[in-house]
Design a protein around this ligand. Sequence first.
Ligand code: 13P
Ligand code: SF4
Length: 316
Amino acid sequence: MHSITEQIKTALTANNAVLVAHYYVSAELQTLAEETGGIVSDSLEMARFGQNCDADTIVVAGVKFMGETAKILSPEKTVLMLDKNATCSLDLDCPIEEFSKFCDQHPDRTVVVYANTSAEVKARADWVVTSGSALKVVEYLKEQGKKILWAPDKHLGNYVQQETGADMLIWQGSCVVHERFKADALAILKKHHPQACVLVHPESPQSVVDLADVVGSTTVLINAVRDRDEQTFIVATDNGIFHKMREMAPHKSLIEAPTAGQGAHCESCAHCEWMAMNTLDNCLSSLNTGNNEILIDPSVNQKAKESIQKLLNFTA
Ligand code: 13P
Ligand code: SF4
């Protein structure tokens, strides 16, 4: 019997399929994606890669909004998730009915939504952004004199508002993983490692962002570990990212930012439960059965595509 990775490789070839993985999934899946001509990246590059590749099937190791984005951009391709129940608290925090009403109440505002949303919410938006592109897009809209309705991440929204000074009305969603990082405990950890560089994903609370040396998308944080002179990094994002950071800079020390401290729910919970639903077993099973296929209503798909395509053109 061949190993599970060998079986997945065979199934990928047989289906002319490509594996597109996020930095937060397991090391095995990340390695497999790279070994088989797929990609491991942030959500912006996952979207771009899926659209540009000539595979018939895109297998998305990540969460539902990433699979939906791939399908929206390539409706002619088959898009498979490893587990369709792998969602995101930001997506769950922004149901389309309520969001649509909110947009209707503010027709004077340009609707900008984070990629971590459903296809329907993207279809209701004027622009879709990712953490790697939000600042540039909002800066551009501000220069055009636009007022913005932002959803769903309040922390990323507050950060973008503070950095750009744009007029933003902000929906109150949050990421359950990043919200657990604790500023008080991080300040104490920094005192123990005065030379360390602090890396923070902007889905984290403002008090944590305020302690950062680098704030950015997963790709920006990984590149900081590779490129900066410091030897020690305190990392406030999902710990799945450590795999790529270690690969890029094996001699550097990485420390998880604390999720414990006053008001914490757990000792160290810096891992997304939905990202953790992606396994080698369900990768093979999705490829063999075609289960977990993403399907989107064509009219929703078309509108959502316009909003995402704007972003891809803007960041090209
Ligand atoms: P990135 O676009 O920075 O990869 O972020 C996606 C995400 O879900 C972070 O929690
Ligand atoms: Fe969503 Fe947070 Fe998980 Fe990213 S880490 S997929 S934002 S719940």
